[in-house]
Design a protein around this ligand. Sequence first.
Ligand code: NOJ
Length: 674
Amino acid sequence: MFSSYIAMPAWAQQIVATAASPGNVLSVEVQIDPMGKLAYDVKRKGKEVIGLSRLGFNLANAPKLDGNFKLVNKGVSDHDDTWEQPWGERRYVRNHYRELRVEVAQDTAEQSKRLKRGLSIVFRIYDDGVGFRYEFPAQPDGRDVAITDELTEFAVAQPATAWWIPAGELPGLEELVQKAPLKEIGTANSPLTVRLEDGTHIAFHEAALVDYASMWIRKVEGQKLRAQLAPSATGPSVVRKGPFTTPWRTMRIADDAAGLYMSDLELNLNEPNKLGDVSWVKPSKFVGVWWGMHLQQTTWNAGPKHGATTANTERYIDFAAQNGFRGVLVEGWNKGWESDWGHGGADFSFTQAYPDFDLPALSKYAQQKGVRLIGHHETGGNVAAYEKQMDAAYKLYAQLGVDSVKSGYVHEAGTMQFPSAGGGIHYGNYDSQEGVRHFVKAVTEAARYRIAVDTHEPVKDTGLRRTYPNWLSREGARGVEYNAWGNPVNPVDHEVKLVFTRMLSGPMDYTPGVLSLVGADNKVFNSTQAKQLANFVVIYSPIAMAADIPENYAKYPAAFKFIRDVPTDWADTRVLNGAVGEYVTIARKDRKSDDWYLGAVTDGQARTVSVPLAFLDPGKQYVAEIYRDGDAADYRNAHRFDLVIEKKTVTAKDALQVRLAPGGGQAIRFSPQK
Ligand code: NOJ
């Protein structure tokens, strides 16, 4: 009896299909062993990076889809096109892959006709990564496919170091990123980033997570990883009617960390835009009644310190209008914040404002000034209560010209509240199949009202912004708010870990730009002031909050100029250098002008990185407006505020020596000289 596929000796395997990426960088082999078990491996430039790894499923209502497979059909096809993003890190995305389709069926004398079942595995092999998914046909007897376990493995072929966060713990993916030998990790969320002994970097993730449970990645033994589907509270992890396809299981594979970030693998594997004209989705910057609450200066609920009052919101609207911000976020505008909302959320009204907040008048006042309110729906993880009000809530905002909403799902792991079939509620995981369904529903329903969504405590991003471009951003990691109240606050290497882990999945509403560098109770940021500016370039989000309070921006007008200038929508993005958890430099070209912006950040180590400016247009001279750490700058002392702002004339032939203080950063705007 073989307990797992990998127990089979290599000579017993039969290679049934193989294909390589367009540039012959990556290749995939699919094998079937004498027991009819399926497996694949991946080589990079001829060297194994993923060893033989099992494919299959355990089902609740039928024998397992693991073994007794025979090859029915296979095919290879090529694809190469370039598509345009309505907004993003780059305008044009090339989708160039070779597809390998392998169709198998369980068909043995021992099995009755009733159980003869087919399954296809479709690989898309790019030069910078591989995605594969399973296609389930309609089931012979019309029954549901009830998946208890996905048996997909990823057997990492060399000793590796991992950067990971645990799955199933904090909803919203807000754990600190840990570094560990891969063989020592537990059950990880994705993206899971690993560096192999020979320097190859791999990021495991998934694409197009729709109507399926989120994939956690469990270390099985040694360096073998296995998909583990987020559990359902009501039965098997996934219940679907055939035909359907699973999400794509993805591996970005590159020479270095920068190469991981430059890949568009998951976006390419998602379906094209289903919303048509999305010119109503507006990448932009915003401010809001928000940081004051996290500093405990104001409150979400009504009372003497209420933050979302008409007067205070008017003040923010004026500030936004004066400084070119499109949005003003209003949290705590609606009734229901008095209760213990993080453990219930049943009292929230999404249509009734507190009496001291005049929603219609404020949205009108904002629009007169060229500003839009950004709505807020904190649900406390009560999906059941939210879904009852969602339509009315979106309708109200749409009537008033509020065209984007920040939503929130604060709750404890495993306690999201879902509507039960016969009425009532049940508790479950936010990234279970029903959680996934809710997050997609919240976005597609919002699209009907031409509303963009920024989800906090979200399910992880799997590139669905391509299909639903109104899913503008999400949180999905520890944001800057932890510097207000976190225990601990975000560590000094937080951003340089995020860029090569969480940020591989998509935009993050990180809420950067706190120039005062201090949270509640005088908690101090592990950052210099220059790094706060660089974060606007380094941590991508099409909607970016300038999070600090206006009083603090008034204290630092010169630094604030960079925050006013920096765009949030890019024609191009280049990661110029970087190492996971150590440093990174990213250059991005503005979509609306010929300007380039550069952000570089480091961990606790001071370093100087040489940055060739070859990304600039060779025919032009540029003025580089440099915001750098002063010579004494250091995140560990009062010199964290040492910021030098200077101008240089540069061309594409120059290289800049970018010096970063401990915990520091550098932000640069390059404008062509008139
Ligand atoms: C947590 C979110 O991340 C934060 O931005 C928000 O202010 C609070 N929840 C309240 O909704």
